[in-house]
Design a protein around this ligand. Structure first.
Ligand code: SAH
Length: 261
């Protein structure tokens, strides 16, 4: 690992993967070790944070749906200020920075100040979830399309989603940040023509010790999301690919009684 990987006054947006530190890329690990300051969000796993050497400044900018500890503007400002002060900055983001990671806002802020930046990709939650449940997200002839979508609206803005386009029986739908809107997702997809018995898998804390998997169907998704999921990040995978080789147990670990903070 060398200290020169990041030039002073530059920023790397680094994908931290889904949580398991073994799913971090080698490049990400090198970058973390050669930073002078690391800004990380709430989805970055503890095992990944343990890889940050103690002499490196670490700043939690803790964004979690519904309880943002810093707004995006303040995060942009912090990163810009650090880079302008000559720090070697790593902005560590859960999963892949380019997937629902607000990377663009940060890159625009950096570009406005002529701060050089680069991206190191990470394993996105959908890939980690598919690996955990032992299923392929695409299936020849059955699931020809894979769609990543978020069902999370920004502030008070209404969600504008083309449900008809999403209700494709030959696609697998990976819904990020969909836990609290599972009701709406199921209702809208069924209204747009997707069968009520379309297989669904909910994966919470994919790749982490507290991982849990629930196999259900579209019409039972709201109930499953409400009663089974805990406080961890959860992904909804919807489509026929979730039924393929349905040889998994419905539940892998007992329900935790933890309440959400
Ligand atoms: N950039 C991230 C996604 C950020 S959006 C990525 O590429 O994975 C945050 C959402 O990602 C969460 O609400 C959840 O839907 C999903 N997510 C992130 N980590 C997860 C994990 N370990 N298990 C299940 N879902 C996860």
């Amino acid at each position: 690992m060398n200290d020169n990987m990041i030039a002073a006054g530059t920023v790397w947006l680094v994908g931290a993967g889904p949580g398991d530190p073994d799913l971090l890329t080698r490049k990400a690990e090198k970058l973390i070790r050669s930073a002078s300051v690391v800004f990380y969000d709430a989805l970055v796993g503890d095992g990944v944070l343990d890889l940050i050497p103690p002499h490196i400044i670490r700043v939690c900018v803790g964004k979690r749906s519904g309880r943002h500890s810093k707004d995006q503007r303040s995060i942009n400002d912090l990163i810009v200020e650090a880079a302008l002060a000559g720090e070697r900055v790593v902005r560590l983001k859960g999963g892949d920075p380019s997937i629902f990671g607000r990377a663009n806002e940060e890159m625009e802020a950096l570009a406005m100040h002529s701060i050089p930046y680069a991206i190191c990709p990470g394993i996105t939650a959908a890939s980690a979830a598919a690996a955990s449940i032992g299923k392929s997200l695409t299936l020849r002839g059955l699931a020809r399309k894979l769609t990543f979508v978020t069902a999370h609206a920004r502030g008070d803005e209404p969600l504008s989603i083309n449900w008809r386009a999403l209700a494709d029986p030959e696609a697998t739908l990976a819904v990020y940040m969909g836990k609290s809107s599972a009701d709406m997702v199921a209702r809208e997809l069924m209204a747009a023509g997707l069968a009520a018995d379309t297989p669904v898998c909910l994966i919470e804390n994919a790749s982490l010790p507290g991982e849990r998997q629930f196999f259900t169907r579209l019409d039972l998704l709201p109930l499953t999301a409400k009663t089974a999921l805990g406080c961890g990040p959860a992904l909804l995978l919807i489509g026929e690919a979730m039924a393929h080789r349905a040889d998994k147990q419905v539940m892998k670990a007992p329900l935790s009684r933890k309440t959400c903070a």
